[in-house]
Ligand binder design. Structure first.
Ligand SMILES: C[S@@+](CC[C@H](N)C(=O)[O-])C[C@H]1O[C@@H](n2cnc3c(N)ncnc32)[C@H](O)[C@@H]1O
Length: 384
């Protein structure tokens, strides 16, 4: 268990950590690409990427563990809860407790907890922006959910903090990361709930064909060129390799998204997210899939979500005439999210297309978390 003393100790030690080295090859590439794609907004995004001290780590609490003293410790250290603790639409006192993620205005990071068999970890560290796709997925009790690209499991855990699904299918293609995913789930999920988990080691591109229409919700947290880790690769040669591999990602991303659309039931929701600002891996992927996949539409973000996150995130709209708008600002976590849905009615009629590009979500924190600015984009898929 975490003691207040150890938290304070780590708070101090984090501040004295040495700065990471930027890979100049990657930065040069970003300068060329993003100044063209993001225009003036690249300047802010660049500042954020180049200042690791402005990166914020969220502390996602594990509702299945013993949280005695933890919330009080975090509060005394200056952490606050990212989300209101009651669903704004709910009048019921028995409403499900929403996920709890604590954030700090300063660039501090508490320690990770070690794995102990038979003991459940109390929290998971992640960038708060990583929760956006999960919040938008809005899983309800008893729903069947597929996390198509799940390792190391942060978003699967977050899903379990928001609701208890009937089934949570977590898939990961990479053997090592699949093992990591299993370990994550073992460290956070009580044995009594493990029956609702299904963990597979498959290429996500085949799941849509294998399990068509089987899920209410599907999350595609796609493999992407992750701007932040890429920029800090210690090895120039590795940086150059990633540059080459990057061009192949959009095809894989489109195939994963199509698989997700095949796997979701009529009326279900697919969320597509990445942690890059690259247009090729975000709006171009979604637009290409929308253009080739019938009966899918983009939906507005729910107003209560916008309201509850408006202090930490800044929301913008797409320009429908020109497609996707640019993020409002640079992004720290670069979580870009797309929500896609398909109308049952449309499907039955043979799929008249009615694409709407509606919302862009941009995260924008100022001052002490300067640059915790994020430009996630949202598109929803509804099936009525
Ligand atoms: C952005 S990471 C997922 C992070 C995870 N959702 C989380 O929150 O912890 C993308 C993952 O997709 C996996 N992946 C890559 N290609 C895949 C494929 N064809 N099918 C399934 N997973 C794949 C990668 O190995 C990687 O673990």
């Amino acid at each position: 268990m975490v003691s207040e003393q150890s938290l304070i100790h780590l708070q101090h030690s984090v501040k004295s950590k040495p700065q990471k080295q930027v890979c100049k090859t990657v930065l040069k590439h970003f300068d060329a690409q993003y100044s063209e794609e993001l225009g003036e907004q690249w300047r802010g995004a660049r500042d954020v990427l180049l200042n690791p001290l402005s990166w914020q780590y969220g502390v996602l609490l594990n509702r299945f563990s013993d949280l005695t003293n933890l919330k009080q410790c975090l509060t005394e250290l200056g952490y606050t809860n990212l989300l209101p603790q009651k669903h704004p639409e709910s009048q019921s006192q028995d409403a499900h407790i929403p996920l709890q993620c604590f954030i700090h205005q300063d660039p501090v990071r508490i320690p990770t907890q070690s794995h102990h068999p038979g003991w459940l970890k109390q929290y998971y560290l992640l960038n708060a922006a990583s929760l956006l796709p999960v919040l938008c997925l809005n899983v309800k009790e008893g729903e069947n959910v597929l996390d198509l690209c799940a390792a190391p499991g942060g978003k699967s855990l977050a899903i379990l903090q928001t609701a208890t699904p009937g089934l949570l299918h977590c898939n990961e293609v990479d053997q090592h990361r699949h093992d990591w995913l299993l370990k994550t789930l073992e460290s956070y999920v009580p044995p009594t709930l493990r029956d609702l988990l299904c963990v597979t080691h498959m290429d996500g591109r085949s799941i849509g064909t294998m399990r068509p229409g089987a899920y209410d919700k599907v999350l595609v947290d796609a493999p992407c060129s992750n701007d932040r880790s890429w920029l800090y690769t210690p090895d120039t040669h590795q940086g150059e390799m990633w540059l080459k591999e990057r061009t192949q990602l959009p095809l894989l991303q489109k195939e994963l998204l199509c698989s997700a659309l095949a796997a979701v039931r009529p009326g279900g929701v697919v969320v597509y997210s990445t942690c890059t600002m690259s247009q090729a891996e975000n709006q171009s992927v979604v637009e290409a899939v929308l253009a080739s996949y019938q009966g899918v539409e983009l939906l507005e973000l729910e107003q209560h979500l916008i309201d509850s996150l408006s202090e930490q995130f800044c929301f913008a709209h797409f320009h429908s005439s020109v497609g996707w708008s640019l993020p409002l600002s640079g992004s720290l976590a670069q979580e870009m999210n797309y929500y896609l849905s398909e109308g049952e009615e449309k499907k039955r009629k043979g799929g008249a297309r009615d694409w709407q590009r509606k919302s862009v979500l941009s995260k924008d924190r100022t001052e002490s978390i300067a640059g915790l600015r994020n430009g996630p984009r949202l598109v929803e898929k509804t099936l009525k």
